[in-house]
Design a protein around this ligand. Structure first.
Ligand code: CAA
Length: 255
C-alpha cells in the first residue's frame, strides 16, 4: 500500500507513502486515498490529517510518467476520478487538515485545497505547475484555488505555474499557518481547536460556509436558517445552552 491509514490521538492520519517519487499520485494511489477517506469516516476519528512520507514532499502531484500516451477517454476519467476522490472531503462528516511538509505541487496541492484546513512547514513550496507541462490542473485546482485566494491571484499562479513559498502561502490565505516545530504535533493542536465542539454543529457550520459560494445571498440565508434550525434540534445545543445558564463547561456528546 502506498497510502497508510493510522490513528493518531483522536484523529485519522492518512500518509501518502511513496517518498521515492515524492509521493506522486498514481491512479492506484488516488483510489487508495478514496478508500482511506471512506474508512476514516466510519471510525470515531474527529478529523482526518494528511501528510506525506519523507522529509521533502507532501505530494509532487499526478504521476507524470503515468499520464503519457493515454486515450482521451482515460484522461477524462482520470481527471473525474481525482475530482471525485478529493470531493469526498467536502461532504465527509469530519473536517480534514493537510499538513504540507515540503512540496505540494499540482494534484498534491489540489488534495490540500480540498481539505478543510491547511498548515505548512517553513520549507513548504506549493504551486500548480501544470502549465509548464502544457497541461492545466485537473483535480479541482482551477475551481478551488480562486474560491480560496481570489480570481486574480489564482489566475496568476495557474498561468505562470510559479512556486509559492510558505510565507507567501500564509499571507494570501492559501494556508492557515506556518508551523516552526513538529508539524504533526502542531497539526494536532490546531485540529483540536476546530474539532473540540459538538461534531454535528461543526458539520452544519462547515456545510453552511461551503455552500455560501456559488449561490445568491438570499439562497444562502435560507440554507443558514435550515442548518441553524437543525443544529438547534440537537441534544448538544440543549446541553450547550443549559451549561451557559448553569455557568459550567458543556459536556457535548456529538448528538
Ligand atoms: N510524477 C512522477 N514522478 C515524480 C513526480 C511526479 N509528479 N515528481 C517527482 N517525481 C520523481 C522524479 O521523477 C524522481 O524520480 P527518479 O529518481 O526515478 O528520477 C523523484 O521523484 C525525485 O524527484 P526529483 O529528482 O525531480 O527531485 P527534486 O528535489 O530535484 O525536484 C520537484 C522536486 C521540484 C518537486 C520536481 O520533482 C518536480 O518538478 N516534480 C513535478 C512537479 C509537477 O509538475 N507536478 C504536477 C504534476 S501534473 C498534475 O498534478 C496534474 C493534475 O492537476 C492532476
Amino acid at each position: 500500500m502506498a497510502v497508510d491509514l493510522t490513528s493518531y490521538e483522536e484523529f485519522a492520519l492518512i500518509t501518502l507513502n511513496r517518498p521515492e517519487a515524492l509521493n506522486a499520485l498514481s491512479f492506484r494511489i488516488i483510489g487508495e486515498i478514496g478508500d482511506a477517506i471512506d474508512a476514516a469516516t466510519v471510525t470515531d476519528a474527529r478529523a482526518i490529517l494528511f501528510t506525506g512520507a519523507g522529509d521533502k514532499a507532501f505530494c509532487a502531484g499526478a504521476d507524470i510518467k503515468e499520464l503519457r500516451n493515454r486515450p482521451l477517454t482515460d484522461q477524462r476519467q482520470g481527471s473525474e476520478l481525482g475530482q471525485a476522490v478529493f470531493s469526498k472531503l467536502d461532504t465527509a462528516p469530519i473536517p480534514s487538515v493537510a499538513l504540507i511538509n515540503g512540496y505540494a505541487f499540482g494534484g498534491g496541492l489540489e488534495l490540500a485545497l480540498a481539505c478543510t484546513f491547511r498548515l505548512a512547514s517553513p520549507n513548504a513550496k506549493v504551486g500548480l505547475p501544470e502549465i509548464k507541462l502544457g497541461l492545466i490542473p485537473g483535480y479541482g485546482g482551477t475551481q478551488r484555488l480562486p474560491r480560496l485566494i481570489g480570481e486574480a491571484r489564482a489566475l496568476e499562479m495557474i498561468m505562470t505555474g510559479r512556486t509559492v513559498d510558505a510565507e507567501e502561502a500564509e499571507r494570501v490565505g492559501l494556508v492557515h499557518g506556518v508551523v516552526d516545530g513538529d508539524l504533526l504535533e502542531e497539526g494536532v493542536t490546531f485540529t483540536r481547536r476546530v474539532t473540540r465542539f459538538s461534531l454535528p454543529a461543526l458539520q452544519f457550520a462547515r456545510d453552511a460556509v461551503r455552500r455560501a459560494t456559488g449561490i445568491s445571498l438570499t439562497e444562502g440565508l435560507k440554507v443558514e436558517a435550515d442548518l441553524s434550525t437543525l443544529a438547534y434540534r440537537t441534544a448538544d445545543a440543549e446541553e450547550g445552552m443549559a451549561a451557559f445558564e448553569e455557568k459550567r463547561k458543556p459536556d457535548f456528546k456529538d448528538a
